[in-house]
Design a protein around this ligand. Structure first.
Ligand code: AMP
Length: 552
């Protein structure tokens, strides 16, 4: 048996600790992110016991970033991206400028030079992809207008950081007198980087757009699920890695474009489903890897500078973002969401901080403040977000759909608007039944909205979502989702909210039927049994005449 297996140890210990602490957080009703961060602190070098490999954990976290951005790209079209540029470009640039100035101010108070303050402020100005997307996804907001603004904003920040990483070494050399100052020294790497980014985007839009969907279609026609899954992963990871290697763009940007190109094909939904489990597992490792960097000593040794750092991230950045979004004429709700989603820092800040210390332009205490500021702001972000959301007074309205508050009593709550749910909805509406649909997937929920059905967007296994659909006053719940075991959990929440409600659930296997019946679901419909009965009925019926082809 091999004994030195740092990669396996890091994955296993990271996931096991994250699971235990995440479950504990769930039990205590706080964000699971807090649990994952704490798991990281426990397996990190600053606490006793096992120490995971921080470098490996960081690399694993990058896979999470790639898959997350790929997933976002799948639901984003070029049109969506261009539609938000009017606010995302000035917004991101303005917010970066404000945060950088505030960081420089704090650096000046701490007696640092202007370049140290500049790097410090820049590191505080850029939000973490993982934290932002988790916050938006958890509230089904990625595909709303404010979600798109936040994602567009993030992409602009990403591009600015790519430029900053190229420029910092040049600036460091000029400031130390090792290189000639002057515009050419700065302009040359800037143009080279812009040229590469433009080359990358052109290649993706011209070549990638033709080649990638074709390749995936070919794989679909092989009929192998395994090959399809592999193809999606190969495209997401391959494009991200290849573009970082060839064009020096970030992994996240490469993955986003790969996703965006695939999003134009009808296969995007299946591609999303294939990457979901891996994406979630690696995103969890991201938080563990951040927790590992936290040295609790900073809190004791530098309490005031740390307070200043956290204030810049939470308050300074939010106020700037809020003001900019409002100045562009967007609603208060949009401004609050965008501000809250960006009030944190993460992976890019760590990269900038370590580059800054390597180049000897950022003091070590600056890096420690950035790391501690990151973990505290990531820890605070879910609470901050919820606070803002509750001030908006609409916790369940996530998709911008019609109000979810039930108007009539004894309505039907229909869970799932897929192949089964939409047929049921059509028939019930024909009978004049008042209906509220609960649907998890944004595209399905949008279909329901287009059909004029009242929708609550979200996971029905969440009691808050069920309450938003007025379950306590519903007469009947129809659970049309294909997973019987998940249906069982929904049934239990529903009964807790409304013991008298009638429940009809869908199942696919005998085991699911047995499970649902054991829980007490009175009516379980097993799809396969109904198909068998219908086929038998058709067998018994007289055979229809074969239809004649129409003459021209
Ligand atoms: P189908 O199998 O075609 O009837 O589709 C089932 C639908 O149920 C899909 O549109 C899913 O997005 C939706 N769905 C599955 N699980 C949940 C859930 N827990 N909460 C809300 N909607 C769900």
């Amino acid at each position: 048996m091999p004994h030195h297996t740092p990669l396996i140890a890091t994955i296993v210990v990271g996931l096991v600790f994250a699971f235990v602490m995440g479950a504990l957080a769930h039990r205590l009703k706080v964000s699971p992110i807090a649990g994952y961060l704490l798991a990281g602190v426990l397996v990190g070098p600053f606490t006793p016991g096992f120490v995971a490999d921080a470098r490996l954990a960081n690399e694993l976290a990058e896979i999470g970033v790639i898959l997350l951005m790929f997933g976002v790209g799948l639901h984003f079209s070029l049109r969506d991206l261009l539609a938000v540029r009017a606010i995302a470009v000035p917004g991101a640039v303005g917010q970066i400028a404000v945060a950088t100035l505030l960081g420089m101010g704090l650096g000046w108070l701490l007696g640092w030079g202007p370049l140290a303050g500049f790097v410090f402020g820049l590191a505080l100005s850029v939000a973490s992809t993982v934290v932002l997307l988790r916050a938006l996804q958890g509230r089904q907001m990625v595909e709303t207008e404010r979600g798109r603004i936040a994602v567009g904003w993030l992409i602009v920040e990403d591009l600015v950081m790519v430029l900053a990483l190229v420029l910092l070494p040049v600036l460091a050399r000029i400031m130390s007198g090792a290189a000639e100052g002057g515009w050419e020294a700065i302009a040359q790497p800037v143009f080279a980087t812009l040229f590469k980014i433009a080359g990358f985007i052109a290649l993706m839009l011209v070549v990638g757009r033709r080649f990638i969907p074709k390749a995936l279609h070919w794989v679909v026609h092989t009929g192998s699920r395994e090959l399809f899954r592999l193809a999606v992963l190969a495209i997401a990871l391959g494009v991200a890695f290849g573009s970082a290697l060839a064009f020096d763009v970030s992994f996240a940007l490469g993955a986003f474009f790969a996703g965006m190109i695939l999003g134009e094909t009808p296969l995007s939904r299946r591609a999303t489903e294939e990457t979901l489990p891996l994406r979630d597992a690696f995103a969890v490792l991201f938080f563990v890897s951040v927790g590992m960097l936290f040295d609790p000593k900073v809190v004791i040794e530098q309490p005031l500078p740390l307070l200043g750092t956290v204030a810049i991230i939470l308050a300074g950045k939010s106020v700037a973002a809020f003001a900019i979004v409002r100045a562009f004429g967007h609603s208060r709700e949009t401004a609050l969401t965008v501000a809250a989603s960006l009030a944190q820092i993460g992976e890019f800040s760590f990269i900038l901080a370590s580059l800054g210390t390597d180049l000897h332009i950022l003091p070590e205490e600056g890096r420690d403040l950035i790391l501690a500021g990151a973990i505290l702001s990531i820890f605070a972000n879910p609470f901050f977000f919820s606070y803002v959301t509750s001030r908006r007074g609409a916790p369940a309205e996530a998709g911008g759909g019609p109000s979810a508050a039930p108007r009539a009593a004894r309505h039907v709550v229909l869970i799932g608007y897929g192949r089964v749910g939409r047929r049921v909805a059509e028939a019930l509406r024909g009978r004049g039944t008042h209906l509220i649909v609960v649907e998890d997937q944004a595209d399905m929920a949008r279909d329901a909205e287009t059909d004029g059905v009242e929708v609550v967007r979200g996971n029905a296994a969440d009691p808050q979502i069920l309450s938003a659909a007025g379950l306590d006053r519903a007469g009947t719940v129809l659970i049309t989702i294909p997973e019987g075991f998940e249906g069982g959990a929904i049934f239990q929440h529903a009964r807790r909210l409304n013991p008298a409600v009638r429940v009809i659930a869908r199942a696919h296997s005998d085991a699911e039927v047995a499970h649902l019946e054991a829980l007490g679901v009175p009516d379980v419909v097993m799809g396969e049994r109904e198909i068998a009965l219908r086929m038998l009925a058709l067998c018994a019926a007289p055979r229809p005449m074969p239809s004649q082809p129409h003459a021209a």
